[in-house]
Design a protein around this ligand. Sequence first.
Ligand code: PCA
Length: 199
Amino acid sequence: MKILITGFEPFGGETINPSWEAVEKLPKKIGETTLVKAQLPVEFIGAGERTAELYYKEAPAAILCVGQAGGRSAISIEQVALNLMDSEMPDNAGFCPKGLPVAEGGPDGLFARLPARALKETLCQAGIPAEVSLSAGTYVCNALMYRVMTLLQEGEQGGFIHLPFLPAQAAGKSGRPSMTLEMMVQGLSMIIEQLSIHP
Ligand code: PCA
């Protein structure tokens, strides 16, 4: 099985993004699953376009997108993507949509195609803080997740995982939670393993 796994470049004044730091550290293969990794731009349009290109080129059986959700304390398995782009902060291309749909005329929401609760349980049992999240926000990550859910065909899995800040990022922001890179990498590996066992 082949899985496309993506992380993001830094944004919002940060110099690193835990999602790419963690994805980059994953091995090329986990069990029988080959990982195709890509770093995406933090762009409402560009992130989805790059992912679609890779999906058509690589024909993966699953797409797992990963992003940063600074302020969260657990690995968040996103359950739903909204057909809404609404932001106070421009993306890295300078685009700052206010209340626009991701896909004109598309459904209001699309669910992840992942066993979210089972994944959460597996991580928690291994001592890795994890939660099922009901909101991926209305910024670039949500738009990418929505786009991914429209790409996937029958029998293919996909979804979005949000990661907390890394300790180095949280250091300057008193009280912000963080997670070590090792724990993030372990958490993502376990998620990929579980997707491979239950395709
Ligand atoms: N997090 C942002 C976009 C890129 C990222 O890593 C988000 O949650 O929308």
